[in-house]
Design a protein around this ligand. Structure first.
Ligand SMILES: [Mg+2]
Length: 234
């Protein structure tokens, strides 16, 4: 058996993502310290962020809106234009932050890409993710680059059908149980989980007691080529 497509989640799988958000939250706590304590800022920001997912989606732009909305709410509308500008700067800095590719990523992609079709499969803002992919320097390794709205069973199924990829010969690698692993397993495909300490709460999920044999777990991406050989060897 040979796998046809190896797909990779991007944020916190290929490169560092969540720590940017943690740093921005810390900065927002400082900026809003005249109006609310840090705990209240964190709590309100997270609630606003989740509520805004349906209207603004994922990513820094949506997060910046949520930071501003939080500031307006916690200051009872008294936040000044200058202070809002300070929040916009936080968002801008997140956007411009260098893309920090994890160790082992590039050699792994270089090893796999000559023999197999690789895919980046990420969700979020089209412009933002496109820019991060370009700046990562990794685009050359991928045959497919897919940026989707959400990673659900339906969106995976639609994508695989559209690309004529057999789920049994598809493998997805990622750090999110909820987005990268569980929906992929449900389609009968292979899913490889790489734990990342900083993973966003929202991306965690209850792990079922019994996982199918197509579920695999590795410590870091550097051991993926060996795992793939094992899978293909039967
Ligand atoms: Mg991720």
């Amino acid at each position: 058996m040979k796998l046809d497509v190896i797909a990779f989640d991007a944020d916190d799988t290929l490169w560092v993502n969540e720590p940017r958000y943690i740093a921005a939250e810390a900065r927002l706590r400082e900026l809003l310290s005249p109006y609310a304590d840090g705990e209240a800022v964190a709590h309100d920001l997270h609630a606003t962020e989740i509520r805004n997912l349906t209207s603004f989606g994922y990513g820094v732009k949506a997060y910046t809106f949520s930071m501003i909305e939080t500031a307006i709410a916690l200051s009872n509308g008294h936040i000044s234009g200058t202070e809002i500008d300070g929040i916009l700067q936080v968002g801008r800095r997140m956007m411009q932050a260098p893309v920090e590719v994890f160790e082992h990523v590039e050699p792994t992609l270089a090893k796999l890409s000559p023999q197999r079709d690789l895919m980046i499969l990420t969700k979020g803002d089209l412009v933002e993710q496109g820019d991060r992919i370009a700046r990562s320097g990794l685009a050359k390794y991928f045959r497919y680059i897919e940026i989707v709205r959400e990673k659900t069973v339906e969106s995976y199924r639609g994508l695989l059908q559209q690309r004529r990829i057999d789920p049994q010969r598809f493998l997805m690698v990622g750090n999110s149980m909820k987005s990268d692993i569980l929906p992929v397993l449900e389609l009968g495909a292979y899913a490889v989980y790489i734990h990342y300490d900083g993973t966003w709460e929202h991306e965690k999920a209850q792990i079922p007691d019994r996982l199918p044999t197509t579920y695999k777990e590795i410590k870091h991406i550097g051991v993926l080529p060996d795992l793939i050989e094992t899978i293909e060897g039967g």
